[in-house]
Design a protein around this ligand. Structure first.
Ligand SMILES: Cc1cc2nc3c(=O)[nH]c(=O)nc-3n(C[C@H](O)[C@H](O)[C@H](O)COP(=O)(O)OP(=O)(O)OC[C@H]3O[C@@H](n4cnc5c(N)ncnc54)[C@H](O)[C@@H]3O)c2cc1C
Length: 341
C-alpha cells in the first residue's frame, strides 16, 4: 500500500486552517505553522459575502460557523447622509476573526493536526507537499487598514458603508452585540493610538458625522489592530512547484467583502488535488499546475472586476457618481455582485 504523503502548511489564517482541517479529516498528516497564536484580532471587516453552504460542508466547517450572524441589508453613506440601501442577493455571514480563527485552530488540533504557533517559517524554495497561505504579500502602498470592536452601538442597517476622502469604512454587527468597525484609509501621519487614531482618521477623511457618533461609545481597545503595505492584486501569483492560497495568491479589495470567502474557496479548490498527491495518485508538479489553473478559473473575473471598481469607492467624484447611479437605480447591482463573487 502507498504511504500517505504529509502536507505542510505555512500560515494559519482562514486559508491555511480550513485546508488543514479538511485534509486532517481525510486522514492526511498535516503540520501547520503560524507566526501568531489564537485567539487574536485581525484587520478584517468580518463580513463574509457569497460563501456557499456547499463550501462550508466540503471543508467541514458547519459547526465552526453555525452561529455566524446572517446579514442582508447594506446602507451607503456619504457626507454623513444615508443615500441608498441595497438588499444582497444572498445573505452574508458575520463572525469575528477572534472567534473564527480560534475555532478553526481548535478544530484542526482536535482532528489530529500538528500546530506550531509563534513560528515564522522563512522564505525558501518551493518544496513538494508545502502549501503557502501566509496572507497578503507586503508591497509599498498608500493604504492602511484599521479595525476595532465597538460595544452596544445601534446600527441603521446590517452593514453600513461610509465613503470618505480616499477612504471607506464598514460597520457590521458580529457576536455578543459587538459592532466591528473596519476601514481602508489613505495613510497619514496622525499621532494617536487605538480608538483615538480611528476617530482621527475618520475626521481627516471628512467622516465627521460618523466620528461624532462614535465619540462617546464603548470601544474594546484590545481589539484594535492596523495593517499597512496593502497592495491589491489583479492576478494570482504562484511560481512553478508552489501551491499558494488566500491573500498570498491575490488580495482582493476589501469592499467586496469576499477575501475571507476566497480564502475558504481556495482551500476547497486545492483539497481534491492535494488529496490525490497525498495518496500517491499524482506528482507534486502536476498538483500545483492543476490547483493554479482551477484558482485562476474561479477567481479571475472577480479580481478583475474588483480592480476596476475599487477607485469608485475611494475617489470623491467617482463615489458621487456611483451613489447617484445607485440612487436612481441605474447601477447594475446584481450583475456587478455576480461578477464580484
Ligand atoms: C481593511 C480590510 C478589510 C477587510 N474586510 C473583509 C471583509 O469584510 N470580508 C472579507 O471577506 N474579507 C475582508 N478582508 C480580507 C480578509 O481579511 C482576507 O482576505 C483573509 O484574511 C485572507 O485569509 P488568509 O488565510 O489568506 O490570510 P490571513 O488571514 O492573513 O492569514 C495568514 C496567516 O499567515 C501567517 N504568516 C504569515 N507569514 C508567515 C510565516 N512566514 N510563517 C508562518 N506564518 C506566517 C500570519 O500570521 C497569518 O495568521 C479585509 C482585508 C482588509 C485589509
Amino acid at each position: 500500500m502507498t504511504k500517505v504523503r504529509p502536507i505542510e502548511i505555512i500560515g494559519g489564517g482562514l486559508a491555511g486552517l480550513s485546508l488543514g482541517l479538511a485534509l486532517r479529516r481525510a486522514g492526511v498528516p498535516v503540520t501547520l505553522s503560524d507566526l501568531g497564536q489564537y485567539p487574536r484580532h485581525r484587520v478584517c471587516g468580518e463580513f463574509i459575502t457569497s460563501l456557499a453552504e456547499s463550501t462550508i460542508t466540503r471543508l467541514g466547517l458547519t459547526s465552526v460557523m453555525q452561529d455566524a450572524l446572517h446579514h442582508q441589508q447594506v446602507a451607503w453613506f456619504n457626507d454623513g447622509r444615508q443615500l441608498c440601501t441595497q438588499h444582497l442577493p444572498v445573505p452574508a455571514r458575520a463572525m469575528s476573526r477572534h472567534r473564527l480563527d480560534a475555532r478553526l485552530a481548535h478544530a484542526f488540533v482536535a482532528a489530529g493536526g500538528r500546530l506550531h504557533t509563534q513560528t515564522r517559517v522563512p522564505d525558501r524554495m518551493p518544496t513538494a507537499g508545502c502549501v503557502i497561505a501566509t496572507g497578503r504579500r507586503r508591497s509599498p502602498s498608500p493604504w492602511i487598514g484599521l479595525k476595532i470592536h465597538v460595544c452596544n452601538l445601534p446600527l441603521f442597517c446590517d452593514l453600513e458603508v461610509h465613503l470618505g476622502e480616499q477612504t471607506y469604512v464598514g460597520l457590521t454587527r458580529v457576536e455578543d452585540n459587538r459592532v466591528n468597525l473596519c476601514g481602508l484609509f489613505s495613510r497619514r501621519e496622525l499621532a494617536a493610538k487605538g480608538s483615538a487614531l480611528i476617530i482621527a482618521y475618520l475626521r481627516a477623511a471628512h467622516l465627521s458625522a460618523l466620528a461624532d457618533r462614535l465619540e462617546n461609545t464603548d470601544f474594546d481597545e484590545a481589539s484594535f489592530c492596523a495593517v499597512a503595505a496593502l497592495g491589491f492584486d489583479q492576478h494570482l501569483t504562484a511560481s512553478p512547484g508552489e501551491v499558494v492560497l488566500g491573500d498570498a495568491g491575490a488580495l482582493i479589495p476589501p469592499f467586496t467583502g469576499n477575501g475571507m470567502a476566497m480564502a475558504l474557496q481556495g482551500a476547497e479548490t486545492a483539497l481534491a488535488p492535494l488529496l490525490a498527491y497525498s495518496r500517491g495518485a499524482r506528482e507534486w508538479a502536476e498538483t500545483c499546475q492543476r490547483i493554479q489553473l482551477a484558482l485562476h478559473r474561479r477567481f479571475r473575473l472577480r479580481l478583475t472586476t474588483a480592480a476596476v471598481l475599487h477607485p469608485f469607492l475611494l475617489q470623491r467624484l467617482r463615489q458621487r457618481w456611483l451613489l447617484r447611479l445607485a440612487q436612481v437605480r441605474l447601477l447594475p447591482f446584481r450583475p456587478l455582485y455576480a461578477a464580484l463573487h
